[in-house]
Design a protein around this ligand. Structure first.
Ligand SMILES: Cc1cc2nc3c(=O)[nH]c(=O)nc-3n(C[C@H](O)[C@H](O)[C@H](O)COP(=O)(O)O)c2cc1C
Length: 170
């Protein structure tokens, strides 16, 4: 996955985004980001917009090694209606309870109707989706969202710089 970092210049809580560095994400950074996401995936925060009103709720995303990010939800939920009007989202993972490590994804979310993909992601979930969808992945209520990344802001310790990764245009 190619991309460019923008790194903050300060290591304190009031970091700001500084000069652009032409660095590509290496696999070790990707692994670190995926690890932060996975270790904190049961309590991530998913933001959509309802008109000009931001809406945030906890979700439990499923994250793959290649940084594919999925959210399972109800087809009739408010977030799905909101996404149909505006696909732009933010998704934040925060290390619990310290907050030392954190990843925020800025991107878009799309509904994935493909049944094979729904079954595949259902089987990747570390929690029991059948508690919410007793009729399984074929249930009309079961909705799969794919989050695509425009930018990732992350840090792997409280004192480290905020790093910003933007995938190169395809
Ligand atoms: C820890 C936690 C994890 C949750 N995970 C999910 C999830 O993965 N998918 C989901 O649709 N709702 C999840 N929920 C419920 C949502 O926070 C929210 O209440 C629900 O999705 C309805 O949101 P909406 O009306 O904004 O669409 C979770 C709630 C908690 C407390």
């Amino acid at each position: 996955m190619k991309g460019v970092y923008l790194q903050s210049n300060a290591g304190d809580r009031n970091t700001y985004i500084g000069e652009r560095n032409s660095l590509y994400m290496d696999s070790s950074d990707r692994q670190k980001i995926v690890a932060i996401m996975r270790e904190n995936s049961l309590h991530a925060y998913f933001a959509t917009t309802d008109g000009d009103q931001p809406r945030v709720r906890p979700v439990s995303p499923i994250v793959e090694d290649d940084l594919s990010i999925w959210i399972t939800t109800f087809s009739t939920s408010r977030k799905v209606t909101q996404l149909k009007n505006n696909p732009r989202v933010c998704l934040t993972f925060v290390e619990q309870p310290s907050g030392d490590k954190a990843v925020t994804v800025v991107g878009k979310a799309e509904i994935v109707p493909n049944l094979e993909e729904k079954k595949r992601i259902w089987n990747l979930a570390t929690f029991d989706l059948s508690e919410h969808f007793p009729d399984g992945p074929e249930s009309e209520e079961f909705c799969l969202l794919k989050v695509t990344v425009d930018k990732i802001e992350w840090r792997d310790s409280w004192t480290s710089r905020l790093k910003i990764y933007e995938p190169s245009p395809e």
